[in-house]
Design a protein around this ligand. Structure first.
Ligand code: DGT
Ligand code: CA
Ligand code: CA
Length: 576
């Protein structure tokens, strides 16, 4: 079974968490944490680097010892050291670290003194009021633990970006109307367009005496006010999402926006650069560290802040410390794709299967978005729950599209299908009908449980069929609901590249599949992607922007995406 980077990272993170609970040397703990991050952020699989006999110590933060451990994991699937640790410290104990207020020391106490091994034990002990009597704990912390456990179990720890938007947009509008408020902006992971957010970080500037904090904590959707101050307050909304509001002076607006946009790792790296030039960057501005009067030399805008360290503006989606600072320094930042670059959508359903709009409605909607083409891709027969098309019904739809085409001069309806990839890798419809289409997207809808090598083989076999063009939602994950099936994505991408196929970046906000790392992996390989909405009704076509965000997080430019091409050019790409 091939070992993915995420598997290795998970093992290292687990080691770090356990070491922390054991009270190990902080440098040692950090080494494992950093290694986990480094590996997670690698676009190439570490296992394949080993195959190519590459020296893993080239990777930042990986020394001989960690390189040997990685090799052990790749070879055996686990790490003996971790197994040994788990004998003395139960593995689920690390879940307790997610509870705010519980650090490693307290977790160790809970384990030693009350025999607590996991979150469930913790909840039970809290309900039985056993925790308050422990030294250094108390009643308040016990109650807080209960609340936190509740939150963890009722809603996943992170909120999907689209859901966060539904909360952030009205809240932002509400704050914008408060007397004296000048600017309101949502920073944090929300601004970086991460697929999920932990909480919302809102910044505001306002005139003296504005009642913004009172109005914030009085917002109708508030379930709980966590803290309230002059410059910073926190609330928990009814849906469970936490929101922090910070009020900053106008002169610090850019510095604060920069600081609270993060990511933390990006900020730290830039701050370190600044420190070398005796500059200090914080949420109030940029200051000359050597000057007596700590004069502020920048802060009103983000551009100003970047300029002090001689960097161009770096788009928020790139600020993850994944090489963007180095790229900015050498002038090689990508020119990121924007919504306007998209000329059409290549994955859409109609009421012929499980869609809810008619073919005409879908075409009209695509035209009104300014597109020049739309690919119609119904499910195929195997997907019975969606009323998938058999050969006869697909042929009927082909005729219907032919009839409709004449009505829309200058707009192209691409005849396609979302053909099911069977367990053996064959396609769910005969070549004789597939060849009548302009293109196909292929997708896995069953047997998500196949082992990685089988699943990978299955998909590559499907791509062997020369009618196969685009692999739809390549990992099958549903954010917060269903894990991706295990495949060797790199291998699939190479196979696609060799065969003239493409992968989809599915823009549905609960899919966003490929993820940002995979997008970047594709780019580095030279594999082009299609950003598609998989719309099941006219409104679904508008999800394109989520795909754009994800693509931007994956460093993609217009050129990396096939549905930015003009009809004629796209047609060539879809001819294998
Ligand atoms: P999230 O909420 O988990 O999705 O992720 P973020 O990135 O929104 O993180 P959050 O809400 O903890 O903090 C918002 C931003 O504030 C973060 O991206 C960077 C900044 N920040 C927070 N804590 C620190 C810190 O300790 N050091 C630095 N340099 N920046 C921080
Ligand atoms: Ca946040
Ligand atoms: Ca926050």
């Amino acid at each position: 079974m091939p070992i993915h980077n995420a598997d290795i990272a998970r093992i290292f993170k687990q080691v770090a968490d356990l070491l922390e609970i054991e009270g190990a040397n902080p440098f040692r703990i950090r080494a494992y944490r950093n290694a986990a991050r480094t590996i997670n952020d690698q676009t190439q699989s570490v296992a394949s680097m080993l195959d190519e006999s590459r020296d893993l110590t080239e990777l930042p933060g990986i020394g001989d010892d960690l390189a040997a451990k990685i090799a052990e994991i790749v070879e055996t699937g686990h790490l003996r050291m971790l197994k040994k640790m788990e004998k003395t410290t139960p593995e689920n104990l690390t879940d307790l670290l997610q509870i705010s207020g519980l650090g490693p020391k307290r977790v160790a106490d809970l384990h030693e003194k009350l025999g607590i091994d996991n979150l469930q034990d913790l909840g039970e002990a809290a309900r039985k009021k056993k925790i308050r009597s422990l030294k250094g704990f108390g009643k308040k912390l016990e109650q807080n633990i209960l609340k936190e456990i509740e939150r963890h179990t009722t809603n996943g720890a992170r909120t999907r970006l689209s859901e966060a938007e539904q909360v952030a947009t009205p809240l932002r509008a509400y704050l914008g109307q408060v007397e004296g408020v000048k600017r309101v902006v949502v920073a944090g992971s929300f601004r970086r367009r991460r697929e999920t957010v932990g909480d919302l970080d809102i910044l505001a500037t306002c005139k003296k005496g504005s009642p913004v904090m009172d109005r914030f904590t009085a917002y109708e959707d508030v379930a709980e006010v966590l803290s309230k101050g002059k410059t910073r307050s926190s609330i928990r909304l009814r849906g469970g999402l936490q929101v922090d509001l910070r009020v900053v002076p106008e002169a610090s607006y850019g510095a604060a926006l920069y600081y609270f946009t993060g990511s933390r790792d990006h900020n730290i790296a830039v701050r370190r650069m600044a420190a070398k030039n005796d500059l200090k960057i914080n949420e109030y501005g940029v200051f000359r560290d050597d000057a007596e009067d700590k004069e502020r030399i920048a802060g009103a805008s983000e551009e100003e802040v970047f300029a002090t360290v001689e960097l161009p503006f770096i788009e928020p989606e790139l600020r993850e410390n994944r090489g963007e600072i180095e790229a900015a320094l050498e002038g090689s930042l990508p020119r990121l794709i924007i919504a306007d670059d998209i000329r059409g959508d290549l994955h859409a359903h109609t009421e012929a299967t499980d869609g809810r709009s008619s073919l005409t409605e879908m075409v009209e909607a695509a035209r009104s978005l300014g597109y020049s083409y739309l690919g119609i891709t119904e499910h195929s027969q195997a997907v019975t729950v969606a009323g998938g098309l058999d050969r006869r019904r697909l042929e009927e739809q082909i005729e219907e599209i032919d009839r409709l085409t004449d009505r829309y001069a200058g707009f192209r309806i691409f005849k396609g299908i979302e053909v099911d990839i069977r367990e053996d890798g064959s396609l769910d419809l005969p070549d004789a009908v597939l060849k009548k289409l302009d293109f196909t997207v292929g997708a896995v809808h069953s047997r998500f449980d196949l082992p990685s090598d089988k699943q990978t083989e299955r998909i590559i076999r499907a791509m062997d069929n020369r009618h196969f063009n685009i692999l739809a939602h390549p990992s099958g994950r549903l954010i917060n609901q269903r894990e991706p099936y295990t495949v060797d994505m790199e291998k699939i991408m190479r196979a696609a590249l060799e065969r003239g196929c493409f992968l989809e970046l599915n823009a549905q906000p609960d899919r966003l599949d490929l993820n940002d790392h995979h997008c970047r992996m594709a780019k580095e390989m030279g594999l082009k992607l299609a950003i598609c909405t998989d719309a099941h009704h006219v409104g679904g076509l508008k999800n394109m922007r989520y795909g754009i965000y994800q693509a931007r997080r994956g460093w993609l430019s217009s050129d990396d995406i096939i549905n930015t091409r003009k009809v004629a050019d796209l047609q060539k790409l879809l001819k294998r």
